[in-house]
Design a protein around this ligand. Structure first.
Ligand code: DX5
Ligand code: ZN
Length: 221
């Protein structure tokens, strides 16, 4: 297994103090910043765009910024996010007419590429593109909102994606997003995830370091 990565979703941060919140969560031991982009079209919610990503870089954030695009269409925003300092860009295959082309575009812009599977998206979307990917992001809630409950069928799906990644022999990260908490992160890790997004579980508690330490301890069990 690759080194576990904890990627707090800033969707649950205090946006009025975003720079400070990101500094605090990174100082508390987070590895990546998970950056949820929603467009009120692909998902029924509206969040943040490249300007905010760029502002975090200008603020001095050097950690990887893990951009999760819940937008349709995807391609137009990719160069903007690359210029704004995104490290990884993941997108939903339903939101791109040419999935392979979008992956190549993300890589040509100098970012790592991820494909996102919704709870009901079949694994066969990985069939012809797995070798091109740096990351598979498995949704364990329906995208659009923080604070939802983890959908248990995601565990079996994680095991099946893990098998496919292992069979590929490539170092592709397997990220899980939605309802991840200290009390379920152990079984999520055991099912094969190595990269863990958590929004409300971290930002909803006063002591970010304590939650992140608890998560790491559960992953290591
Ligand atoms: C949902 C987002 C998630 C969300 C996770 O569409 O992609 O990243 O912020 O939030 P929690 O951890 O609260 O489920
Ligand atoms: Zn996300």
């Amino acid at each position: 297994m690759q080194t576990p990565v904890i990627a707090p979703s800033i969707l649950s941060a205090d946006f009025a103090r975003l720079g400070e919140e990101v500094d605090n969560v990174l100082a508390a031991g987070a590895d990546w910043v998970h950056f949820d982009v929603m467009d009120n079209h692909y998902v029924p919610n509206l969040t943040i765009g490249p300007l905010v990503c760029e502002a975090l870089r200008r603020h001095g954030v050097t950690a990887p910024i893990d951009v999760h695009l819940m937008v349709e269409p995807v391609d137009r925003l990719v160069p903007d996010f690359a210029k704004a300092g995104a490290s990884l860009i993941s997108f939903h295959p339903e939101a791109s007419k040419h999935v392979h082309r979008t992956i190549q575009l993300i890589k040509a812009e100098g970012c790592r590429a991820g494909l996102v599977l919704n709870p009901a998206t079949p694994l066969d979307v990985l069939d012809h593109v797995l070798d091109e990917l740096d990351l598979v992001l498995l949704m364990s809630v329906n995208p659009g909102f923080g604070g939802q409950a983890f959908i248990p069928s995601a565990l079996d799906k994680l095991r099946r994606v893990r098998e496919r990644i292992d069979a590929s022999g490539r170092s592709i990260r397997l990220e899980i997003d939605g309802g991840v908490k200290p009390d379920n992160i152990g079984e999520i890790a055991a099912a094969g995830a190595d990269t863990f997004v958590a929004g409300s579980a971290i930002f909803g508690k006063p002591d970010y370091a304590a939650v992140i330490a608890q998560m790491r301890a559960e992953i290591a069990k």
